[in-house]
Design a protein around this ligand. Structure first.
Ligand SMILES: [Zn+2]
Length: 417
């Protein structure tokens, strides 16, 4: 059987035929070249308007990289025809195996993009003996196509989240769809300002924004402002994940300050290596950690009192009625304000300020667990942190859409992997 026969099975073109297949002598890696010829009597299609036009001349042969096979790089070799188009002028013809001026065929590009969902971009480049740029370019093409073809109808619930990006305080704003039937990343924007989120709503469209029923977010002021203005019909929920994250951050601050203070005063370093004891959920502690925590609880330390306040706050989420949850919240805040622990007081003040939005969680019947946003947040951090070699915002953005966007891919007759 000839290689041509296989090619005709996996990817047949109506107006073109595969010609000779040859091994390239002296190539740095084993390489196969497959000739392509236009079918006789077929007329070229103008790449500008997509109409069949009379031929003008032929440009020099070009190579288009196809999916490698048996340790061989595979290239299509073809001399594109130029058309004389009454609308577009002299133009190169449309070739079904490639789009635009790309060097990689569509099939190979989608193939690399597919692998880039499972491996890091660097690993894909190594595995297929190609460059990081080719992998990036393939993923970018997949993302652009996917975003042009995604269906945005029926989005009723969104979650707004942020992640720190690179070192320092640079942020990305992420908007997720969190409906029970569909969870995916919808949009990524640089920074976390009013303008960032306004850009999301502009992209999402007025009609769709008005149709939103639930929006989950953190207590970040710019977000609150924009959501109130642009998604007026939605119940705005401050989700559990973000609130507990504020408490964890406060505890961390108290613990670090106190550990330093104790050290300066020459006390036993009882707080060293306790960071995770105080941040982890009690049920996730190991037995040794559990023993250590019990010992620690005997000291009347600010860190410990903060920890107990946070644990107590967990009860808030178990209420069924917004009324009683509100009562609990007020009591907890009063108690925390009396604690004289500044980072905790700061959280209490913030919770007080957002009391109505906090209680919306109960009005929404708790149908949005913190797990959705939290899960996405973890995955997003992992995606940007992985050694993809992100130096630019564009690369981070593309990686996030590719990993979390659940984007559609074109239907093809043959599946290459
Ligand atoms: Zn044309």
């Amino acid at each position: 059987m000839q290689i041509k026969t296989i090619l005709n099975r996996i990817q047949k073109f109506k107006s073109f035929v595969y010609g000779a297949v040859r091994l390239v002598e002296g190539a740095p890696v084993p390489t196969l070249e497959v000739e392509i010829q236009p079918r006789s009597n077929s007329r070229p299609v103008c790449s500008g308007c997509g109409h069949k036009r009379p031929g003008y001349d032929r440009s020099p042969e070009r190579l288009f990289e196809f999916i490698p096979m048996w340790g061989h790089k595979v290239f299509f070799r073809y001399a594109p025809r130029r058309v004389d188009c009454p609308c577009c002028g002299v133009r190169v013809e449309q070739m079904p195996w490639v789009s635009g001026k790309h060097r990689l065929t569509e099939a190979y590009s989608w193939y690399l993009a597919g692998w880039a969902k499972r491996l890091s971009w660097k690993e894909v480049a190594e595995a297929f003996r190609t460059t990081w740029d080719h992998v990036f370019c393939s993923v970018e093409r997949a993302v652009i196509w996917g975003r042009e073809h995604q269906d945005l109808s029926g989005v009723e619930a969104i979650g707004v989240d942020e992640i720190a990006w690179q070192r320092g305080h640079r942020y990305l704003t992420l908007v997720y769809q969190i409906d029970s039937h569909c969870k995916r990343l919808l949009w990524v924007g640089e920074k976390r300002t009013v303008r960032t989120l306004l850009r999301f709503f502009r992209w999402f469209g007025k009609e769709q924004s008005q149709a939103l029923r639930f929006v989950c977010s953190d207590m970040w002021k710019p977000y609150l402002k924009v959501i109130a203005r642009k998604a007026g019909n939605a119940i705005h929920i401050l989700d559990r994940f973000h609130i507990m994250a504020h408490l964890s951050k406060a505890i961390d601050e108290v613990r670090a300050g106190e550990a330093k203070e104790l050290k300066q005063k020459g006390y036993e370093p009882i707080l060293t290596k306790t960071r995770w004891l105080l941040l982890k959920k009690p049920e996730n502690l190991t037995e040794t950690q559990d023993t250590k925590l019990s010992a620690l609880l005997q000291y009347n330390l600010k860190s410990i009192r903060s920890y107990l306040l946070k644990e107590e706050f967990q009860l808030f989420w178990s209420y069924a009625s917004p009324y009683w949850a509100g009562e609990f919240l007020d009591n907890w805040c009063t108690k925390t304000m009396r604690s004289k622990i500044e980072p905790m007081k700061k959280v209490a003040r913030m919770l007080r300020r957002h009391r109505p939005l906090l209680l919306n969680w109960f009005r929404a019947k708790k149908q949005f667990s913190s797990g959705i946003v939290e899960g996405f947040n973890t995955k997003a951090k992992l995606t940007t942190r992985k050694a993809y070699g992100f130096r630019t915002y564009r690369a981070a953005e593309i990686a996030l859409y590719h990993a979390l966007g659940a984007l559609p891919v074109p239907k093809t007759t043959h599946v290459f992997f």
